[in-house]
Design a protein. Structure first.
Length: 381
């Protein structure tokens, strides 16, 4: 029989769960203090009873959120997530979540405490950043439920902080010409030109090898990516199956890369006295990879020089997609080139481009249909 919660003060309850009898016949009980309404105390007691019935020992019940987050990060996250995700989660947990909520016993953490944390966090952090905190906390507590440490995820009772994404910035054909002219003497011009011509992500461009290109067949394969983590550049396989893909090259890009490759082969031979291997990175210098941080910094300088404020390197990818759509390329083709999981995601991401194409579509339809004619109408007899 369940034991009713005992009120200790305003919004404070004592919850007891029978744990059977000791060897000497003495009754054992697990006791916790719960903050909230009576219904919260009853729910917490029911969760404890469910935990007891699953045979989970008491020390796990007393696990704090801080202890659980450390275990989760060291065990699950480091074996299941990408390096950049690991770094992000560790930073959020150590700098924000654990200092604020880490002292709570896992079973005592409730949605009110989480909502209060979000409210305080938004005083100094953006709503988008706090939304990332919510994602981390929700994932960590979801894992606790799977492990049997919790009966219910308190984050399910909390709405994630709402935020508005920044408007997408794409370059017009005229702005592309202005940017490339401004970047003409940059060491990174080949990267920018390839990005605009393929829509590849920055990590995909930095990880591209000459063996991934067939410039005669106008083909490019994405087989690896390069990230910079804690000051060290690391080569990894693509994150998803859709990211590992093959795409076509424009004849202009293929011709440009042939000339670019010829120059690099000459330079490589002069420095090393050896032919350049196929495993060489397309945009690296000898055995040194293209540094993503320096690449982004250089891009920002050139964009400002060209009078294109607020443009990021990633916007070259958006520009590729927008130009393809505006020229009538099928959405499925663009989706596959970008490595998106579905055509629906591509259409949703670039809906603003499609809406601006309605006038052109109506002009095409107008050319296809004959002119209408009006017949004389007679009144009904």
């Amino acid at each position: 029989m369940s034991i009713k919660p005992i009120q200790l003060g305003k919004n404070k309850w004592r919850v007891e769960v029978s744990m059977g009898k000791a060897g000497n016949g003495k009754r054992l009980r697990h006791i916790e203090t719960v903050t909230g309404k009576y219904s919260d105390a009853v729910r917490h007691r029911n969760e404890l009873e469910g935990l007891r019935d699953k045979g989970i020992i008491t020390p796990q019940v007393r696990l704090t959120l801080g202890e659980h987050l450390h275990n989760w990060l060291e065990g699950y996250v480091k074996t299941q997530c990408a390096p950049r995700t690991i770094d992000s989660y560790e930073s959020i947990a150590e700098r924000h979540v654990i200092p604020a909520l880490g002292h709570y016993q896992l079973r005592q953490l409730n949605h009110q405490a989480i909502e209060e944390y979000y409210s305080h966090a938004k005083e100094t952090l953006s709503a988008r950043t706090v939304a990332k905190h919510h994602r981390l906390l929700s994932q960590a507590l979801k894992y606790a439920v799977r492990q049997g440490y919790l009966g219910r995820n308190p984050c399910d009772l909390v709405d994630a902080p709402k935020w508005q994404p920044k408007p997408m910035r794409t370059l017009t054909e005229w702005e592309v010409s202005i940017f490339l002219e401004a970047a003409n003497d940059s060491f990174y011009y080949p990267v920018y030109y390839t990005a605009l011509s393929t829509g590849l992500r920055q990590a995909e461009l930095c990880g591209l090898r000459w063996r991934d290109l067939d410039l005669d067949l106008l083909s490019l394969s994405v087989n690896q990516v390069l990230y910079k983590r804690r000051g060290i550049c690391e080569v990894k396989p693509p994150k998803t199956q859709h990211s590992r893909r093959q795409l076509r090259l424009t004849p202009k890009l293929a011709l440009y890369l042939k000339d670019y490759k010829a120059e690099k082969e000459i330079l490589y031979w002069k420095v090393t006295g050896k032919p350049m291997p196929l495993d060489s990175l397309v945009f690296g210098f000898l055995n040194k990879p293209c540094d993503p941080s320096i690449l982004s910094h250089n891009f920002a300088i050139i964009a400002r020089k060209a009078g294109l404020e607020g443009v990021r390197f990633h916007d070259l990818r958006h520009t590729f997609a927008s130009l393809m759509l505006s020229r009538g390329a099928p959405a499925k083709v663009i989706s596959e080139a970008l490595g998106h999981a579905s055509v629906a995601f591509t259409l949703q991401t670039y809906a603003h481009v499609l809406s601006g194409m309605q006038d052109k579509a109506m002009e095409l339809l107008n050319d296809a249909l004959p002119e209408g004619f009006v017949t004389k109408l007679s009144p009904k007899s």
